[in-house]
Design a binder for this molecule. Structure first.
Ligand SMILES: [Zn+2]
Length: 380
């Protein structure tokens, strides 16, 4: 565990932090391997022309990533899991438009994606980040337990990173939830691994019919212990939150939990809270707060301390209270006046979070959508 203070101290400061015996191919200044170049392009904010980053890590979109289309009833739309091409263009909120270059026809040239960032969190526990996405893996005496593959290109690089630290095979791939940008690409581990998910995720993954995304054969509803050699990890279902099938890979021995997309670190919850269950999400966060962990590994960006779960819970509570306050003062739901009022209330505490500007109006809409779908709920 001694590298954790080093890791946390380096958050936001050092890209490509390396601890341990990872070969230089993964160092920040080494040339990326060709496989990373097959179809990775930086996502640009067309308003500024600058690359977009997720959780402080530059985002290079790849096949299966989530982007937005103009063409669906005039509304932003999620697009998941299509391996054939990148989507071109899209609206990502009122203030930003993202463009993902089409690289169907030719391999990416010129602008190389950065090398993966591999961090040794504990003697047997590694965090892997690349192009905006994060996963982790645990090396046991009988093989490797790995989290999300994160799309076919990242999965190839993740596999290479694992091979750089151990000759043992990957035995389990644990899908955090059914969203394709996190769980596609696991085919690279198919020859040695079994695939694990929540029972509600497996049929959704199967329905995508993506040959490169093996369908989980091990599923559970509430809790499961995964044993490999002398290592035990706990897989926990903490209820519905960012999806109805998100699970937590909890490794008690190293006091770490891999929790994807529902504990954003220094960032707002994603956009319009689509496919979410906010009331139950709050309960999920309380369960994370109750775990004996020091570190949360998120699905995007760098790891952080457990206090981030508390911060996200408090954000939702403050958001809902600010909306209710605005209503009491007669401001119309989702009106610009309400948005201004909520923004002013939340700015002192959350104004420095990554997507505070673009996502706040969408989060407000997301709360109303949740209320419409599930009824009003109290946050007190
Ligand atoms: Zn997701």
């Amino acid at each position: 565990m001694k590298s954790i203070p080093l890791l946390l101290g380096a958050l936001g400061l050092v890209a490509g932090l390396l601890v341990g015996s990872i070969p230089s191919v993964f160092s920040a200044d080494a040339a990326p391997t060709p496989v990373a170049m097959a179809c990775s392009r930086p996502v640009l904010d067309v308003a500024t022309g600058q690359p977009v980053s997720i959780g402080g890590i530059p985002w290079y979109a790849e096949m299966g990533d989530t982007v937005w289309s103009h063409e669906w009833q005039g509304q932003p739309r999620y697009q998941f899991g299509n391996r054939r091409y990148h989507y071109v263009g899209g609206v990502a909120g009122p203030n930003r438009t993202f463009i993902v270059e089409d690289c169907t026809q030719q391999p990416s040239a010129g602008r190389a994606a950065p090398a993966p960032q591999v961090t040794r969190l504990a003697p047997d526990t590694y965090v892997f980040s690349h192009t905006g996405y994060t996963s982790m893996f645990i090396v046991t005496d009988q093989g490797v337990i790995v989290g999300d593959p994160m799309g076919p290109n990242r999965a190839q690089l993740l596999k290479a990173a694992i091979e750089a630290v151990t000759p043992l095979p990957v035995r389990y791939v644990v899908y955090s939830h059914d969203h394709a940008d996190h769980n596609s690409g696991g085919g690279v581990f198919r020859d040695t691994a079994q695939f694990v998910s929540h029972s509600l995720a497996a049929p959704k993954i199967a329905a995508r019919n993506d040959l490169d995304s093996p369908v989980p054969t091990i599923t559970f509803d509430d809790r499961m212990t995964l044993r490999l050699g002398r290592t035990s990890v706990e897989l926990l279902y903490t209820g519905r939150n960012h999806s109805d099938n998100s699970i937590v890979l909890y490794y008690p021995a190293q006091r770490v939990a891999f929790a994807v997309d529902f504990v954003p670190i220094n960032d707002l919850p994603f956009r319009g809270l689509g496919d979410t269950y906010v009331a139950e999400w709050l309960d999920s966060l309380r369960q994370i707060e109750a775990l004996n962990i020091d570190t949360i590994v998120p699905g995007h960006g760098n790891p952080g301390p457990k206090s981030h779960a508390t911060q996200v819970r408090e954000y939702f509570q403050d958001l809902i209270r600010a909306i209710e306050d605005a209503e009491k003062r007669g401001l119309a739901p989702q009106s610009p006046a309400m948005t201004s009022s909520v923004r002013a209330a939340l700015y002192p505490k959350y104004g420095n979070w990554l997507s505070f500007g673009p996502y706040l109006p969408e989060n407000i809409k997301g709360i109303y959508d949740n209320w419409k779908q599930f009824g009003r709920f109290s946050v007190n």
